[in-house]
Ligand binder design. Structure first.
Ligand SMILES: NC(=O)c1ccc[n+]([C@@H]2O[C@H](COP(=O)([O-])OP(=O)(O)OC[C@H]3O[C@@H](n4cnc5c(N)ncnc54)[C@H](OP(=O)(O)O)[C@@H]3O)[C@@H](O)[C@H]2O)c1
Length: 342
């Protein structure tokens, strides 16, 4: 069987461009025992992948030049030499930017019951973004009723879920987003108390003073140092900063990233700044998925999907994330002729 793969042609400098990637065709050998052959139906475009393209090791290995770009996908099992999977099963996993491939059974997870949620939710609310939001708000932010919460990149897959889960815990939630349409969706569809298009603001700090006259209990940050630094002086006593993502900083060399200067507020307000890693909570994923599905079925949780079609669109979809050209979960769907129906 022939498959196509997207590989890293060169390490991006600054913002990634589609020309940093290459498309290759490969023939899959016969399926080895214990392995499963899958064909992808949807791929996720994740900002966090940018950190892996720079060649620096973090909690995951960087992508090698010429290597297939990593990333989460939803796939259908085509052929199985494993007792755990059968042809036709829907699976998820870090399958990479490939149309089809062979995986050891341990690399795949059977898709959870969706309970009426769209298939894309397996990479959204029911996948890493939803799970990250659930534990970021509950365990790291420890958001409780009456808290004031600020979410950055609030219309993104993680941010929108985080803000809504904070609202469901009784918090007053405000989102920052990069367009009027996103801000409107956050207040009308997603139930944020307020949302602001930060790109239109003359001064973010002044706006925060207006939005949070008594200060902020929890910052859920997806963007990086520049915004964290502006928010620090607005944090309340014993406030919590959930460091979830650094979308702005991923594309910058370490020496070009914004520093955080307002650290005196960490002392005066006894703040806790804590990194969040969804994988730390793997033993409790089932709990998160069950709550999220219940909230969605009760109409209390919504998601915005941004789907483009065609495997070869993946590099462009990924680069768009850093230009604010995505709204909610950015997914790439396999072309109908390239993959089975949903
Ligand atoms: N810690 C974990 O375990 C974990 C797990 C999953 C994801 N994450 C991280 O969580 C963050 C959010 O993920 P996501 O999938 O929901 O992506 P996302 O927030 O939808 O990312 C794309 C959005 O980021 C914003 N953005 C892009 N460049 C920006 C810049 N220079 N400054 C400010 N905002 C910028 C844009 O929104 P606007 O138009 O609103 O600016 C863009 O539409 C990412 O950093 C991701 O790496 C962490």
């Amino acid at each position: 069987m022939r498959t196509r793969e997207i590989v890293l042609a060169r390490r991006p400098e600054g913002l990634a461009r589609p020309s940093d990637f290459g498309l290759e065709t490969r023939v899959l050998p016969p399926l080895p025992p214990g392995s499963v052959r899958v064909r992808a139906l949807y791929w996720a475009a994740d900002p966090g992948m940018r950190a892996r393209l720079g060649g620096v090791r973090s909690y995951v290995e960087p992508v090698a030049i010429g290597g297939v770009v990593g990333g989460a996908a939803i796939a259908e099992v085509l052929e199985s030499c494993s007792d755990s999977f059968a042809a036709g099963d829907l699976v998820t996993g870090l399958l990479g930017w490939r149309e089809a491939g062979d995986f050891p059974e341990a690399a795949l997870k059977k898709a959870p019951e969706r309970g009426g949620m769209p298939i894309g939710a397996l990479l959204g609310l029911l996948g890493t973004p939803g799970i990250t939001a659930y534990f970021g708000i509950g365990e790291v932010g420890r958001v409780k009723a009456g808290d004031t919460v600020l979410v950055t990149s609030a219309a993104g897959a993680v941010g929108a879920a985080a803000g809504q889960i904070a609202r469901l815990r009784g918090a007053h939630v405000v989102g920052l987003a990069g367009s009027d349409a996103k801000a409107e969706w956050l207040t009308t569809a997603a139930g944020f108390a307020q949302a602001v298009n930060y790109r239109k603001l003359d001064d973010l700090s002044t706006a925060l003073g207006r939005l949070f006259p008594d200060g902020i209990d929890v910052l859920f940050d997806n963007v990086g140092n520049r915004m964290v630094d502006v928010v620090l002086p607005h944090m309340k006593l014993r406030g919590r900063i959930v460091v979830c993502g650094q979308t702005e900083d991923y594309s910058l060399a370490p020496e070009r990233r914004h520093g955080i200067r307002n650290t005196s507020h960490v002392i005066s307000q006894r703040l806790r700044i804590e990194g969040l890693l969804a994988y730390d909570h793997a033993p409790r994923y089932g709990e998160a998925i069950a709550h999220i599905r219940d909230w969605w079925q009760a109409g209390q949780l919504v998601a915005h999907e941004d789907i483009v079609e065609g495997f070869e669109q993946l590099p462009g979809a990924f680069c768009d994330l850093f230009a604010g050209q995505s709204f909610g979960r950015k997914l790439v769907a396999a072309s109908p002729q390239g993959g089975p129906a949903q």
